[in-house]
Design a protein around this ligand. Structure first.
Ligand code: ADP
Length: 884
């Protein structure tokens, strides 16, 4: 151990930028500034006996203090002293006084050069020195002299003399702090030892060196902040120094421990997945060794095989392989594995090459099939046959997409499936009702959690062939909202130019939809966006007359319903008049869906009877002694005989009754029992228009045509018009127009008004459209509104057998309306005998079946006056306006 030295009075001062040399520490400094080079040259290089120089810390605020790195070891030099290899020299900042007093620390450490080497700076050729210095003892600067080529200072030694030191060390307080310090230092060493560091000599040092020297050496051995080290330098007092050292060493120890813990944790996690990987590899190797290389076990391999067999086009196959490689690199537990797998499964499942074999199209057979499955619909069937004929001649013809438009239950879906049957293709129905999200058609991008392909690709996957007949059901029910416009996505699907490369966002590779035969259905044309409508050929199915319904029921629905319920005409017979009654009293729809439902209700009732009868027959056969020889043989015993008789008698009776049971014949009573009391009785219109102020209108809804009553009433008030019945803006305006027109014509109509008085004087009018829960709109109620108002003011009832439709202008002209055919059919269904139509709608009568026109008298009206004339019994007291 070195003795405490006596310092000379004056020392050459080497500035040490933002660093601190502590006694016992060894540093390597590269001197490049002219002053430092001169100092080294004069004080160390040229002198034989290398003298002492003062190393003084300088705070350089220009450049940031060096980053503090955690040195987790106490490295050793050859003397067993802690050393660091800092290579910094102080370069005075440009334009600033290098020896500005505020920069210099007031105390430093005298140091002895252990090694010197000279170098040359390229390309300037300037001489530089690298010095290895060992710190000896602390000093304080009394006076700085900057006049020479380098700084010198009058110094005062701070460290105690040996005798003083010995005395201080005997202080019990110092001794106890020193013990504590040594303990912590020992702990640090043992921690480092665990990390296989070479700490042997430091350990020896710990046992031999005095605590205060050890404190400096330990603090110098690991990286600390500039301020911490300055504090250590300034801790001249032994107690202070040791306490500071304890604080710093403890903190360093904790840092090492925390770092250790973190790295252990990370290692632990890493090694877990590595271990799993290793085990898997081993398992595979063992399987191979055992010859147990059943590849199907490995489902990724199975998936790959499936993909190979899917017949993907070249670019898709490349993409799929890339995805498969990604999947292989993933662990099954990894997030995203299952979605990546599901995606590949979809790629493998899609029918890239699979088509249902299209048989030679036999038009006669197709026609026969259509006829056998559907009654009537002559025009529709003709158009379908034309469509099929074109396909036969030119299979890849870009014909328009057929779109069946009509109320529910008129056979749109079943026609589409008949087309599929005629073409020998599979049929898939995609319901678009209520689809508001574009992603429903085109899929979600795979970046979304829970993303899925769109309904089209999903449908293709389900049907398993790439050339099905695909029914886009309820295409008019798609809506637009913030999630995009499904209709525009459908445009792409129906565009023959684009559907060759249909791009589903989820699939992310094009799929060829060109072989798919698209058929669409809709209830109404209006909601279909025009560009979409442009791609389709609309075929209207207006609804059936009662006669047609009867034929459909007898020929198609009843046999089908019986078959569906496992019964035959031997069990249930529904005579035609009863079917007619069902049509009149229980259904009032354009299609036949409700009728089919009611027929099913009858079939269910019959099925219960048949099932009961079969059970009764079985029991009676079991218990009938005559028919059971085994039982008969054992019935010698009278007692037993009596018992059997007791149960057997009624059973036998029942058996004879069911044996002779005839089929369940439906009559009016049976009908009422199965379906409940009639819903419509044909007298409805007459009853409802029995009071003045009610008129019968005809409207058109998604369910086809319907009869709509309009009720008007007046009461004491201030001349206001009240409207109820969930009315839209257009219909409200129609009501305003109607009232204005009636008020303007009050005198001519001879309405009940006081002479020259106002029609609305001190009264309010309320108009209501019954079925208040159903929203209504449209202009076609104009003439009905006027008729109801005139009836109210005239206090005369409207004819109960007359219904009307038509838009009216403010001047009383009657304008044409839509849906005439449906409306006349609806009037006919409700037992209306006369229908008033706008004159301009005369051309639409061509479409109305002749059978209907034979029963319904159509009256054409040009002006409102004509309507009124027909609406009232004996005409309206209308006085023609004098010509101006
Ligand atoms: P939509 O698709 O128009 O709502 P559906 O095609 O589902 O109606 O038809 C409802 C039921 O009515 C089906 O069982 C269908 O076979 C039957 N149907 C409809 N029209 C006819 C018809 N003209 N001939 C025979 N059955 C028909």
């Amino acid at each position: 151990m070195r003795e405490v030295v006596e310092l000379p009075e004056r020392l050459a001062i080497l500035p040490f930028r933002n660093r601190v040399l502590l006694p016992g520490a060894i540093v390597q400094i590269r001197c490049t500034s002219p002053a430092s080079v001169r100092l080294v040259e004069q004080e160390l290089w040229q002198k034989e006996d290398k003298g002492l120089i003062g190393v003084l810390p300088v705070r350089d605020t220009q450049s940031p203090p060096p980053t503090v790195q955690l040195a987790d070891s106490v490295s050793e030099d050859r003397d067993g002293k802690a050393s660091s290899t800092l290579t910094s020299d102080y370069q005075p900042p440009i334009g600033k006084q290098a020896n500005e007093p505020s920069h210099w620390h007031s105390s430093g450490v005298a140091a002895r050069a252990l090694h010197l080497s000279r170098g040359m700076e390229k390309p300037s050729g300037r001489v530089t020195y690298t010095v290895v210095l060992e710190g000896w003892c602390r000093f304080s600067v009394q006076e700085m002299n900057a006049r020479g080529p380098y700084n010198t200072a009058l110094v005062e030694q701070l460290d105690m003399t040996r005798a003083e030191m010995d005395q201080a060390e005997r202080d019990p307080e110092v001794q106890s702090i020193a013990r504590q310090f040594k303990m912590i230092a020992g702990e640090l060493i043992s921690v480092l030892e665990q990390k296989h560091r070479k700490v042997g000599r430091t350990k020896v040092l710990l046992e031999t060196a005095p605590a205060h020297r050890l404190a400096d050496i330990f603090v110098a051995s690991f990286e600390g902040s500039f301020d911490e080290r300055l504090a250590m330098l300034d801790a001249v007092d032994l107690k202070k120094r040791l306490t500071k050292a304890i604080e710093l060493v403890t903190r360093h120890l904790q840092t090492i421990r925390v770092a250790e813990k973190i790295s252990q944790k990370v290692e632990g996690q890493l090694s877990k997945s590595q271990k799993e990987f290793l085990l898997r590899q081993q398992m595979r190797a063992i399987k191979e060794e055992l010859g147990d290389t059943d590849d199907d076990d490995d489902d990724v391999i199975a998936l790959e095989r499936k993909m190979q067999g899917a017949g993907m086009p070249g670019n898709v196959w490349k993409h799929a392989q890339r995805e498969l490689r990604r999947l292989r690199k993933m662990q099954p537990q990894q997030p995203g594995y299952s979605s990546a797998r599901a995606y590949l499964e979809l790629l493998a499942d899609l029918p890239w090459q699979v088509s249902s074999e299209e048989r030679e199209l036999d038009l006669a057979a197709a026609k026969e099939r259509l006829d056998s499955e559907h009654y009537g619909l002559g025009k529709v069937k003709k158009r379908i046959i034309e469509y099929l004929a074109v396909r036969k001649l030119k299979p890849d013809a870009r014909g328009p997409v057929l779109c069946f438009v009509g109320p529910p239950g008129v056979g749109k879906t079943s026609l589409a499936s008949s087309i599929a049957g005629a073409l020998g293709r599979r049929f898939i129905r995609i319901s678009l009702g209520g689809v508001k999200d574009e992603a429903d058609i085109r899929g979600h991008r795979r970046t979304y959690i829970g993303s899925m392909p769109g309904r089209l690709i999903e449908g293709i996957k389900r049907v398993g062939v790439n050339n099905p007949v695909m029914l886009l059901d309820e295409i008019d029910k798609t809506g637009t909202d913030v999630r995009g416009d499904p209709a525009s996505a459908l445009l792409e699907v129906l565009d023959p130019e684009q559907h060759r490369t249909f791009n589903d966002h989820y699939l992310n590779v094009p799929f060829d939809l060109s072989k798919v035969v698209f058929v669409a259905t809709a209830n109404r044309i209006q909601p279909i966006p025009p560009p979409l409508l442009d791609r389709m050929e609309v075929i209207e199915l207006p609804g059936y007359t009662s006669e047609e319904k009867l034929k459909i029921a007898v020929r198609h629905l009843i046999p089908r319903v019986l078959d569906q319920h496992g019964i035959t005409s031997d069990h249930l017979q529904i005579p035609e008049p009863m079917v007619e009654l069902m049509i009149q009293r229980y259904t009032r729809e354009a299609g036949v869906r409700n009728l089919e439902r009611h027929l099913a209700a009858l079939a269910r009732a019959a099925a219960v009877k048949v099932a009961e009868r079969e059970q009764a027959l079985r029991i009676s056969r079991d218990l009938n002694p005559e028919s059971t020889p085994v039982l008969g043989g054992s019935l010698a015993d009278g007692e037993l005989m009596m018992e059997v008789e007791a149960i057997g008698m009624p059973m036998r009776e029942m058996a004879t009754s069911v044996d002779t049971a005839s089929p369940l014949l439906i009559d009016e009573a049976a009908l009422e029992k199965a379906l409940g009391p009639p819903k419509f009785d044909g007298r409805e219109a007459a009853e409802r228009v029995a009071t003045p102020g009610v008129a019968v209108g005809l409207v058109w809804t998604a369910f086809g045509g319907e009869v709509q009553f309009v009720e008007a009433t007046a009461m004491v008030g201030k001349g206001d018009l009240h409207l109820t019945g969930q009315l839209g803006d257009v219909i409200k305006e129609s009501a305003q127009i109607a009232l204005t027109w009636v008020r303007a014509r009050a005198a001519e109509l001879k309405l009940a008004v006081k002479e020259q008085g106002n029609l609305m004087d001190s009264r309010d009018v309320h108009i209501h459209f019954p079925a208040g829960a159903v929203p209504k709109d449209g202009p076609s109620a104009g003439v009905t509104l006027v008729t109801a108002l005139v009836s109210l003011f005239l206090q005369r009832c409207v004819r109960a057998d007359t219904a009307m439709t038509g838009e009216m202008t403010l001047r009383g002209l009657v304008l044409p309306v839509g849906g005439v055919k449906d409306k006349i059919l609806a009037a006919h269904r409700c037992g209306i005998k006369r229908v008033i139509l706008p004159e301009k709608n005369a051309k639409d009568l061509m479409e109305v079946p002749a059978a209907i026109l034979a029963n319904v008298e159509v009256l054409l009206a040009k002006r409102m006056e004509d309507v009124l004339h027909e609406a009232f019994e004996g005409g309206c007291p209308w006085k023609p306006r004098p010509k101006l």
